[in-house]
Design a protein around this ligand. Structure first.
Ligand code: NAP
Length: 467
């Protein structure tokens, strides 16, 4: 009876996990998705507690208290730090899987030899390799994103890097196969596999640029999921298998979506050392940059009939979204049609711009996806680029030598006029110059996005009724 109850609890938890993922597809239902995920986890934990003879209450309580102590402050991080926070969660997930696999192995080697079937040992080996490499890889990824001083942000490359990494992994896998064949006699190889997996996690991440990390984190997410699947087989726990599979596949799908939106392949993200400092254009090729004042830009925008705002990473850094909302209010009050052009990889995590703008309660139907807004851009009177760079770089369309060639972009250059807010002429994530800023119809508004948008608002509210 108790076992049946547990199976029913697991079934309910699985269904809730699936609904959680489905609801998180849309900002309107995303909150419901989060609650469904929390409910699924609660049901799963309650179900596991019911397992006869399996639970040691003291350790469970210690784990729960530690989880709360670490987890609650992690939920307070600002939105811009969510990618590194997610990486830390994956690190914990990977470590848990690795430790459980290690504990089971030594438990069985120490006495219950009949449990060491080739399939179970195979699952343990998969679990510890994936778990431990996810642990160190995710820690490195979190460190790079947090810009920890002693971890270089730029890709670290050296000769035969990929070859030596593959060799290391191959040695770990070979040791794993040996342990599967002779699990008791060759148990001394087990710590070697763990050490190699830990080192491989670090080496996998160092050639990847800090800004590519969100994609890699999605990939590490799927490794953590796969190690949970392996753990499910080791512990004979069906919920771990299904939840791990959902986690693994959603991580993989997310990284594929991100790679597609950046027009990059997995291989390029993992081994391309993207984000290295690019050679600067020769001084003779430098084109003139025109500047405009906030006052002048505000006057032009209030005369416009349609304004398209393109937000990017800089808006997130400056936390300018509430000022942007005020700008939206001022312009719509004057009858200007204001819409937001949302690029799928603007910012540093999927949905970054949607989340920030939703926080300010700008109506969803004014946030327009790239493919839907691009046909309208030639008719837009003004495009206002706020801290975006790569996602509006026309080089992606025509410059075959550009690292972003082929990436779909928002056609800001096709509007009648363009204002661009950024602090300097520094490049964005891809490290390349942007010809939009030197185009004839582009005017720069240099400064921090929050203060420049604030000045635009001030000019508009101060000048109301003057025209
Ligand atoms: P971007 O190309 O990184 O450019 C951001 C611009 O914002 C910079 O040029 C910077 O110029 C400016 N900026 C920074 N802080 C600012 C501030 N406080 N005030 C005003 N401007 C500021 O950003 P993007 O156009 O949003 O493109 C995103 C890039 O990230 C793409 O290349 C994408 O492939 C990549 N990426 C995205 C994701 C994702 O999931 N969204 C994941 C991985 C990679 P200044 O320094 O001159 O101010």
């Amino acid at each position: 009876m108790r076992l049946q109850l547990i199976q029913i609890a697991y079934l309910i938890a699985t269904a809730l996990f699936i609904f959680a993922l489905h609801w998180m597809n849309d900002p309107k239902t995303a909150r419901r998705g989060v609650f469904a995920g929390v409910a699924a986890m609660t049901v799963a934990i309650l179900g596991t507690i019911l397992y006869p003879g399996l639970v040691n209450w003291h350790w469970l309580a210690v784990g729960a208290v530690l989880g709360v102590i670490v987890g609650v402050p992690l939920s307070w991080v600002p939105l811009t730090a969510v990618p590194q926070r997610t990486a830390l969660s994956h690190a914990f997930g990977g470590l848990a899987a690795g430790l459980v696999g290690t504990a089971e192995y030594y438990l069985w080697v120490g006495g219950e030899h009949e449990m060491l079937t080739p399939f179970r040992v195979f699952a343990i080996v998969a679990e510890i390799i994936l778990g431990f490499l996810t642990f160190t890889g995710s820690l490195m990824a979190a460190g790079k994103l947090q810009e920890v001083k002693w971890i270089p942000q730029r890709p670290v490359t050296y000769p035969f890097q990929n070859q030596s990494n593959f060799l290391l992994l191959a040695v770990a896998v070979a040791c794993g196969i040996a342990v599967i064949v002779r699990p008791i006699e060759l148990s001394y190889l087990f710590p070697v596999i763990i050490a190699l997996a830990l080192i491989f996690g670090v080496l996998l991440i160092i050639p990847i640029g800090g800004a590519d990390m969100p994609t890699v984190i999605a990939l590490l997410n799927s490794y953590a999921g796969l190690s949970a699947v392996a753990m499910g087989f080791v512990l004979d726990n069906k919920l771990l298998i299904t939840a791990g599979a959902l986690d693994g596949s959603s991580g993989l799908i997310l990284s594929i979506i991100m790679c597609k939106a950046m027009n990059r392949s997995f291989a390029n993200v993992l081994f391309g050392a993207f984000g290295q400092v690019q050679a600067k254009a020769a001084a003779g090729e430098q084109k003139l940059v025109k500047q405009e004042t906030a006052e002048g830009a505000a006057q032009i925008m209030e005369q416009a009939s349609s304004v398209v705002i393109v937000p990017g990473y800089g808006m997130a850094v400056a936390q300018a979204q509430h000022r942007v909302r005020e700008l939206y209010d001022q312009l719509t009050k004057r009858g200007v049609d204001v819409r937001f052009a949302i690029h799928p990889v603007a910012g540093r995590m999927p949905g970054h711009m949607n989340v920030l703008l939703a926080e300010t309660e700008i109506p969803y139907d004014h946030l327009v996806e790239m493919d839907d807004i691009n046909p309208d851009l030639p008719q837009a009177d003004v495009v206002l680029v706020i801290g975006a760079n790569d996602v509006v770089n026309p080089a992606a369309r025509h410059d075959k030598s550009s690292p972003i060639y082929g990436m779909p972009i928002i056609d800001a250059d096709k509007a009648k006029m363009c204002f661009a807010i950024k602090r300097s002429m520094n490049p964005g994530f891809a490290g390349i110059d942007n010809e939009l800023y030197t185009a004839d119809h582009t005017y720069m508004l240099f400064g921090d996005a929050k203060s420049v948008v604030g000045e635009l608002v001030k000019n508009l509210s101060g000048g109301s009724g003057m025209h």
